[in-house]
Design a protein. Structure first.
Length: 212
């Protein structure tokens, strides 16, 4: 068993997908007594670590989190802080006052306009930091980088939890993220799957055996 520190159901589904490819026997679920933390860190690594900190010493199973950032060339001046993907788009609005559909639309429109302002397509990198808090209190991390093109594109619908999936073309598959088959998604996210495998390798097996 491994717990995920998030309130985002789509993220839980992503972790279920990742771990199904790593080891189908690993169960994935929302962390009990979930705590919403303020992401006050100045880096992805700091914010990812903050998300698991409330659970230190609480559970017999590991707790995992991740934080993501969208990084552009310095010529893309619209991005004030690549670590704050959502906050860039909200432009000072308090997300607690908004529905998820409104947040998704703000993110979609903001980043579509970034692409539009730069000729309709601009290269970017999606960077993720995964953090695992182990039952004994130790913390381990892995960072991944994926390359994309962000484009100006109209769509009929998009995932309100992951609106950028409709705007980014993967360098690995040549497809928009929301148009990939499961096999193509695995190719696109292989670097993330490999990072998670490194994180849980050996130590995770030991934890499971100790609790059996």
């Amino acid at each position: 068993m491994i717990y995920v520190a998030t309130s985002n159901q789509s993220k839980i589904e992503n972790f279920c997908f990742f771990f199904s490819l790593i080891d189908p026997e690993i169960q994935v679920g929302l962390v009990p007594d979930y705590v919403e933390v303020d992401e006050t860190g100045t880096s992805l690594a700091e914010n990812s670590a903050l998300k698991v900190a409330p659970y230190k010493g609480k559970y017999e199973y590991p707790v995992i989190s991740n934080d993501s950032g969208l990084f552009f060339d310095t010529s893309v001046s619209e991005i004030q802080d690549p670590v704050k993907v959502k906050r860039n788009a909200l432009a000072g609005r308090d997300e607690k006052d908004l529905e998820q559909s409104e947040i998704g639309l703000l993110i979609f429109d903001f980043y579509r306009n970034v692409a539009r302002n730069h000729g309709g397509s601009v290269a970017c990198e999606m960077r993720d930091v995964f953090t695992v808090l182990w039952p004994e209190g130790t913390v381990t991390q892995e960072q991944t980088v994926r390359s994309y093109k962000l484009v100006d594109r109209d769509v009929d619908t998009f995932d309100i939890f992951h609106p950028l999936n409709s705007l980014r073309i993967s360098d690995r598959t040549g497809k928009f993220m929301d148009e990939m088959s499961e096999a193509e998604e695995e190719i696109d996210k292989r670097v993330m799957i490999d990072a998670l495998r490194r994180l849980i390798d050996k130590d995770f097996v030991v934890v499971e055996k100790d609790k059996a």
